[in-house]
Design a protein around this ligand. Structure first.
Ligand code: AMP
Ligand code: MG
Length: 318
């Protein structure tokens, strides 16, 4: 079983040995390995049961690491870094050969992020290596936002979980690429909202067309093991309460509900709080004795867009 601790030096030792370990970030917990060692990276895929066509995000602590890793970086890339990093924004860059193909699933671009979590930054500095780190969960399952979520899901497959507390953002990074000048493509909706990007004068194009779709952006993703249905809570409750043991997730405290829900994403209706609690609540629902999860969408603004996206994907079954 994995040791759960806060010893950054021990975490660094495992990384240097080529063994993946779990690390905290402000988005979700990552399963990290040296991005420059293909055998270490291949262990990430094995542990997660993740298909090799689903590329990994590479984590850095400083923009001066880019030169060694990417073949070109425009001034717009640096502007995005200045505006949003460290933070929940992943940026695509053309890669240099030093990045093994396994990291990018053979694609010419590498996805790079600067996490805003003190322990992650300290570890990145100590190992002084780029770390490939997808979420520390089995493929398609709910992402972990606490060390105990990782322990439950992958504890028998990794030696160490660096415990940095509950993730502050709680939802994955947004992924963008630069199209030209001030135009960017938003490939994945996450911790940085479209509005926040637009506020900095970026024209944000959404990646809806299949050619702009990212590899690995499966519709089914972030799913609990139990069936989950997303819709009008009162109607769902009425329809299913006789045949099922229901566990319910409401967005906020609200007089219109005809029953008391088991969870509020945020009693006061705060989307940031809702994002940070979403995956933990899904984990708790999965661990409950209910056989059906019902949930409602949240307002489709700022982080609400990413939350609704995760709920919709959680609902899909392969
Ligand atoms: P995660 O599982 O949160 O680490 O996110 C990884 C996701 O980032 C993948 O599923 C892809 O959708 C996207 N991604 C990572 N690397 C690349 C890349 N080189 N090119 C395009 N998309 C990428
Ligand atoms: Mg993931």
């Amino acid at each position: 079983m994995a040791v759960v601790g806060n010893d950054i030096e021990e975490a660094a030792e495992w990384i240097k040995k080529g063994i993946p370990i779990a690390i905290p970030t402000e988005t979700v917990y990552g399963l990290a390995a040296n991005a420059l060692r293909p055998e270490a990276v291949s262990k990430i895929f094995e542990i997660k049961n993740r298909p090799f066509f689903d590329p990994l995000i590479v984590h850095l602590h400083h923009a001066n690491q880019l030169e060694k890793l990417v073949s070109s970086a425009k001034k717009e890339h640096f502007l995005l870094i200045e505006q949003f990093c460290p933070g929940p924004l992943t940026i695509l860059f053309p890669k240099k050969d030093i990045i093994p193909a396994i990291v990018t699933s053979g694609l010419p671009d590498v996805a790079i992020r600067f996490p805003a979590h003190a322990m992650a930054i300290e570890l990145l500095k100590l190992v002084d290596l780029p770390l490939a780190a997808p979420s520390a969960n089995p493929f398609t399952y709910i992402s972990p936002t606490q060390a105990n979520h990782v322990a439950k899901q992958l504890g028998d497959k990794i030696p160490y979980i660096l415990d940095g507390g509950a993730c502050e953002i709680g939802i994955e990074s947004s992924i963008v690429s630069i199209l030209n000048d001030r135009q960017i493509i938003l490939h994945r909706k996450g911790g940085i909202s479209k509005e926040e990007l637009e506020k900095q004068n970026w024209e944000v194009l959404e990646a809806n067309s299949p050619e702009k779709k990212l590899p690995g952006s499966h519709l089914q993703h972030y799913s609990p093991r139990k069936k989950i249905i997303v819709g009008d809570l009162n109607a769902l409750y009425l329809e299913y309460k006789l045949q099922h043991k229901i566990v319910s997730i409401a967005f906020e405290k609200n007089d219109k509900l005809n029953f008391v829900p088991d969870f509020y994403l945020s009693q006061k209706g705060d989307l940031n709080q809702a994002a940070s609690r979403l995956f933990d609540i899904l984990h708790q629902c999965d661990a409950s004795d209910a056989d059906l999860i019902i949930a409602e969408k949240v307002p489709q603004t700022s982080l609400g867009v990413a939350i609704n996206d995760r709920l919709q994907r959680a609902e899909q079954k392969a």
